[in-house]
Design a protein around this ligand. Sequence first.
Ligand code: ZN
Length: 558
Amino acid sequence: MNDFDNRLLIIGLDGATWDVLDPWMRDGTLPHLARLRDRGSWGVLRSTIPPVTAPAWSSFMTGKKPGKHGVFHFLRLFEEQKAGAGNQFVNAETLRSSAIWDVLGHHGRMVGLINIPLTYPPRPVNGFMISGLLTPKHAQVFTYPPELSGCLTDYQIDLDRFAGKTPYQDEFEESLTAPTMEFLGEFRTMLEKRARVTCDLISSRPWDFFMVVFTGPDRLGHYFWNYHAPVNGESDNPELTEGVRRYYMRLDEVVGELVERAGRDTNILVMSDHGMGPVPPKQIHIATWLQQQGWLAARARRTGGPDMILAKLRIGRDRLGRVMKLVPGLLKSRAVRRTINDRALAVDEQRSTAYPVPIFFNITGIRLNVEGEGARKAALQNLEHSLWRICDPQTGKQVMTAVFPGREYYSDCAAKGVPDLIAVADPHYCFKHALGFYSSIVAPRQDVRGPAKHRVEGIFMALGKGIPARAEPVPVVHLEDIAPTGLHLMGLPVPTDMDGRVLTEILAKEYARSRPVAFEEPKGFWPDARRPDFSRSAMSAEDEAIIENQLRALGYLE
Ligand SMILES: [Zn+2]
């Protein structure tokens, strides 16, 4: 092995955030992760827009932004969908790009991949692969080579508890995702199974590039956020708080064990696909705002509709819950009941010049309906300026953190439905897309519960030969930078179609000078450059329902 042949181990921690890790790394709870950070470079890793697991890991594995690889969300978000097909989920076949393991295959490097989301259905790699999130529960083959599936008799990709339940039932959400020790124990068992298989394979199989993703930080973040001591202190349930801490301690031990087994000459990357944070306490009624500003038209409806009554009573839809509590008899009123059950006014897209398209809780798209290039441009600018001016009346501060044309981020995009404008709000706010009478455009939410939400700010650490320890974080690193950086650390050229860059700033100056970044023409899929070769196994309706349940329980679908 020469200087340019370093092996690379990537440990993915889905949904990990410094807000949780950092205090525990400082106080000695997570000694292995702390040691990795002390020895290398680290910082915030910025996720995709939206910071959703499917596009995020896709951007990691391709080194490309979503516009190029074609995975925008768990759902087919901007593409034309088959009529009447219901929700259409993405899978490995949606990805229009080759991945870092294709590049490695073309260069004859061996890979081992475990539990990376969106790797189902499996396809050949130069080594082995066990698929991750979105793998159907009943899949017979979830590995490459296929025989490996039969050897994994005590392995678990996700929890069984979501299986066989009907979506949209309140009971399902409440009982299945309530934070209990039993629920936490299931995550812990799954971690043990994954750890055992991963430790076996890292030691017994040949590899140059080894990667595993642990989903615990994401799942515990979603369901047990209030029991993470670093962000919420002591809770009303010390047993759960201690349980979450112990889960992390065990995960830290597993990380330490994998680093140990990988050997001294191996470069290490630890990364998340996005961060995690509390549920937003406030909301922005974006559709109603567009209507008030004269951009959006509502479908005509009979006079005296619920919102007309609400407007007369001066009760905003956002206050309905509170008013109900204060005036118990009100719930009995037929008009009020109809109002609650009645869906808010519908947007008339034909007659509107702009209307919103939901993307993520704090990210909305806006479509323009304006003819003529000049008029369109003017409208876009005008709308952009107005969006920046939306303020929270309680704080007086503006609520948007970014507003930009959709094609600017989703460049090289084949999908036709990319919104004209993307508005990103501070994560203290979520967008509401229903029309109606509200007391204020920016208002507190009535019911601030539900799973914690993703943040753009994830984590990364890099250490190994030529990567000096640094006390300060590395500024501005994006998910799509990891694949080119990984290739460079392994002494390989970077395909010219990757959007990301090699993080040369993490390398020692001398080291970086001695091995300038090399590029190569993209080589396509492996082994056949022209097309990916999937092991097809049809997904049953039951499998689709299970996946829908999982995503709903994680708060992706409303
Ligand atoms: Zn994730």
